[in-house]
Design a protein around this ligand. Sequence first.
Ligand code: PLP
Length: 419
Amino acid sequence: MKNKIFHPYTTFTAIEKGFPNMVRGEGIYLFDDQGNRYVDIVSSWWACALGHGHPKVVKAIREQAEILQHSITGSLTHPKVLELAERLADLMPTPDRHSVFASDGCSAVEAALKIAIQYWYNTGRPEKCWIIGMDQGYHGDSLGALGAGFVDHFHKPFERAVTHHAKLPFPVPTADDPDGFPPSKAVIEQHADRLAAVIVEPLCLGSAGMKIYSAGYLKKLADCCAENNVLLIVDEVAMGFGRTGKRFAFNHADIDPDMVTVGKALTAGYMPLSACIVKDGIYDTFSDAPEDHTFYHGNTFAGHPIGCAAALAALEIYEAEDTVARAAGMAEKMKQWMQPLAELDCVKELRFLGMIGVVELKDSAQAQVAAIKQALFEQGYLLRPLGTVFYLMPPLVISDDELKAAVCALQQTIEDVCC
Ligand code: PLP
């Protein structure tokens, strides 16, 4: 019988082989219906920063579910969404912010793109309607988000269907500029009159293979956008809430983006909720007087009460348990423990950013990737390599012993399969 689920990012070959049926989560572990235990070493698509089953988030969800399950935010409001919007504003460099809520990262990105375009329309510059992102950037799988990003390997079939304006090249450091910014500057200056916004994944292109660039580049990008009257959208969906060793990746560059998108770890991955956090100066142009500039955009589950309750609990835990500082400390240890991998013949490069540890294998090891993944799976590690790139992106609450064991398993397995 054919599979009834149209699985995301899953080959038919994988479906035929079959995969675990997960029934329970606890800490960094997932358990299948056969009683097998797996380490969720990529935090369930980078979302479960607090691991699974954190009692305080579970309690918040349960309590909210007993009071109010859903009530829309179109012309209505409710206490949890009000509180969350305040909290998110307070987390920004300046608190003059307004959140558009949605249910997944991609929808928050779509809101950001449309707000940028309508902002210029509202202010009498409708020709400024282009959005550009970085080459091989990823902002979700809706058609709008695909146009801003575009990962060749995933998105080829849609190439003709999405709007491709210019792209910022991935920064390559040079002797003249260690941040590799000049080629991006040239693109922005060339198209400034048409550009509504630039959107970037801050410091790390996740889906493109955890490609890391400098905070200096991000700072120069923010300055260049401001100088050229172009909005800057920083997409923190994957990096936000401590992953990089600071609360937001853009904090490394000490910038104040026009819009910030968040999702995934916003609720510690426990409920589908995302937000696009917008500066006051942009928000104010959406007034309906004298002309109607209302933002006619929304999602049914925008500001879902149970999602908001989960997010408020997660944000409280990040503060109370000092998750960000802890992650920064663990990141140093992970880097140290992973260093020996650099000595392996088949390894091209190691890369690190906070609690992201990356091992890129040489192209010649491409044929071994599936075997490494399978061998790690048999040891109970759920990795999702991107091409020849293996990465550890564990829950931020992972213990020293658990992380060390994962690094050892990765090293030993790569050695066994490749050497
Ligand atoms: N933006 C970034 C940077 C992401 O990494 C992702 C997903 O991985 C998204 C947006 C899309 O988020 P979602 O899968 O929740 O739609």
